[in-house]
Design a protein around this ligand. Structure first.
Ligand code: UDP
Length: 237
């Protein structure tokens, strides 16, 4: 599998075309951004960790009945994935209050919800990824009702699965963001990544933050936190 022309460079990844029109190669960078690109930096070794972690988790999710874009890990930082059209909706699941939820509703972080919540953000950097409800997404033709049903079903399976996996690592899954894409035949698959960039992970004993909030909030020990969760995941396999 060879990289051909670069198709897209995002904040944390580059995407390349290959000789196969249905296959892309994703290359994970160490670059980190937060607050819609306002804060920029680098987290040494993050690309390697996010590539590996995302692939481990997606391979397991396939077995749980969630189709993903994963084809094959090619190297430390590179993975062959199915070419998909990314649905312009970020899907966010929350088990515990934190981040924008705590801010929006004026509540503290750490409220454990009786049931997980789901919400969508419209993927649009110029607008700062505004919150969007189902009806708005369908009205704008971003997704159909049938597709929404599939996305929600998969998102809750992902939550049940990730909660269990992280629990086994002594880590509490607070919330996470996932993205879905559509293959050329219209199949909805889990795409993008699952990593400490996209999940809030708290140490179950101490409550210590082991995710990108260390970068967002200048807490220090960012690299160490990514390495720690990766170590725990690998040892729990
Ligand atoms: N998240 C993400 N990308 C985004 C926004 C959020 O991966 O552009 C993740 C974030 O890491 C957290 C969850 O989605 O695990 C919920 O984030 P929230 O809405 O609280 O926003 P934030 O406080 O990160 O701005």
């Amino acid at each position: 599998m060879e990289k051909k022309n670069e198709m897209y460079e995002g904040k944390a990844k580059k995407v390349f075309e290959t000789e196969d029109p249905e296959v892309l190669i994703v290359s994970y960078k160490d670059d980190a951004t937060a607050f819609n690109g306002l804060k920029k930096g680098s987290i040494a070794g993050k690309g390697v960790i996010n590539n590996r972690m995302s692939n481990i988790l997606m391979a397991k999710l396939e077995k749980k009945g969630v189709p993903t874009h994963l084809i094959k890990e090619l190297s430390d930082r590179e993975t062959a994935v199915k070419r998909v059209k990314i649905l312009p909706l970020e899907v966010i699941i929350r088990n515990i209050s934190a981040g924008s939820f705590a801010k929006r509703y004026g509540v503290e972080e750490g409220i454990v919800f009786k049931e997980p919540t789901i919400e969508f953000s419209y993927k649009n950097d110029d607008l700062g990824d505004p919150l969007m409800n189902d009806y708005h997404a369908v009205a704008l033709g971003l997704i159909t009702w049938d597709e929404l049903e599939t996305v929600k079903k998969y998102a809750f399976i992902v939550n049940d699965f990730l909660k269990e996996v992280w629990k086994g690592c002594g880590v509490t899954l607070v919330d996470f963001k996932i993205e879905f894409g559509k293959t050329s035949d219209g199949t909805i698959v889990l795409a993008d990544e699952i990593s400490p960039d996209t999940c809030r992970l708290w140490d179950s004993e101490t409550g210590e933050k082991l995710d990108k909030d260390r970068f967002r909030r200048d807490l220090g020990g960012v690299e160490e936190a990514y390495e720690e969760v990766m170590r725990r995941l690998t040892e729990s396999k």
